[in-house]
Ligand binder design. Structure first.
Ligand code: PEP
Ligand code: MN
Length: 344
């Protein structure tokens, strides 16, 4: 590990840094003309980087080396593949998730679920607990929504991803969900991340709308550190200054994350665009940048949707997106699984 020390470091602070190095079993060697660097040799562990960064005497960790965090890709390390039923994410496998923003009634959910399955989705999305900006907006159909998802899962063979908002609901949501979603607003909710880390279902972690990639990856680390290795990262757009789109889909982040971490990365072009007419273009951009999947809001009657109707696409548009995803994935030899034969 290579640590940069703070400028004009008082002896007392240097002592604290050296004491921590000793405590963690490192041999420390000062480097550089001003002895501003400290090379640490020893057995690294995922918690060591943050331990050093916490100290006033440390300006930064230049290279964590063997003390890398769990999310970080080691040199030459292959992708982690996260399996959700028939869907695989990462390692050359691309999957498509579709469904309504929120679960409304069972009939509507079934109609959308059958539609997306027949067109190539392997996972059905739908929020039963909705994290809304306003406390007066539709908050989801909660337990009833979970029941509807369980029925759609049974009848279509699709796996289900749905959001969990509260650590106390994790067990109940995990009974129905194949993949537990942590939303953008909860990306940094460490008790919730730890709770989903302590159970066995894979986790879909959405990027906070103003989170740096390191903050995003460290949120995933909370889940990994509790023993759950199956985390999928989702880029869903960050805050921009231009109201033309709801958020700014950070495609650079997708490409950067694929290098930084071995975890699969998907994009949500719906919450990035906030408008149906741009979803297809952003889905294409995400896959082209290396995303291992897309998650899109689909509705058979967007005008009647209880939430995010303006960004919901029709089944016809969904078919076009699936076809684009297949074509773009094929360009670099990647596979897209489906539950049915996809009509061309
Ligand atoms: C969602 O996917 O339903 C959602 C609320 O998205 P986000 O957390 O990205 O806003
Ligand atoms: Mn939504």
């Amino acid at each position: 590990m290579l640590v940069r020390l703070s400028k004009n470091l008082p002896d007392a602070q240097l002592k604290v840094v050296l004491a921590l190095a000793r405590e963690l079993g490192y041999e420390a060697k000062p480097l550089g003309a001003q002895r501003e660097l400290l090379e640490l040799t020893g057995r690294g562990a995922p918690d060591h980087r943050s331990r050093f960064e916490d100290l006033a005497g440390v300006a930064g960790v230049i290279d964590a080396g063997e003390a890398r965090e769990r999310f970080q890709r080691a040199p030459g390390q292959p992708d982690t593949v996260v399996q959700v039923g028939a869907a695989s994410f990462g390692g050359g496998h691309v999957a498509v998730i579709g469904g309504p923003c929120a679960v409304e009634d069972t009939g509507r959910l079934l109609e959308i679920a059958r539609g997306v399955r027949d067109l190539g989705a392997t996972v059905l999305r739908g929020g039963a607990y909705k994290p809304r900006t306003s406390p007066y907006s539709f908050q989801g159909t909660r337990e009833q929504g979970l029941e509807a998802l369980a029925r759609a899962r049974l009848e279509t063979g699709l796996c289900v991803v749905t959001e969990v908002l509260d650590p106390r609901d994790v067990a109940a949501v995990a009974e129905v969900a194949d993949l537990l979603q942590i939303g953008s607003r909860n990306m940094a909710n460490s008790p919730l991340l730890q709770e989903v880390g302590r159970q066995r279902k894979p986790v879909l972690l959405k990027r906070g709308f103003s989170a740096t990639l390191r903050e995003f990856c460290l949120a995933a680390e909370y889940v990994l550190a509790e023993g759950n290795p199956n985390v999928i990262l989702c880029e869903r757009g960050i805050r921009g200054f231009d109201p033309s789109t709801r958020n700014v889909l950070d495609v650079g982040a997708v490409a950067a994350l694929k290098r930084l971490t071995h975890l699969p990365v998907i994009v949500d072009p719906s919450h990035a665009a906030g408008r149906a007419d741009l979803v297809r273009a952003l889905a294409r951009a995400g896959i082209a940048a290396g995303a291992d999947g897309v998650m899109v809001d689909v509705h058979t009657a967007p005008a009647e949707a209880h939430c995010d109707g303006h960004q919901a696409i029709s089944l016809e548009e969904f078919a076009r997106i699936v076809s684009d995803v297949r074509a773009l994935a094929a360009l670099d030899g990647r596979q897209v699984a489906s539950l049915t034969e996809i009509p061309r």
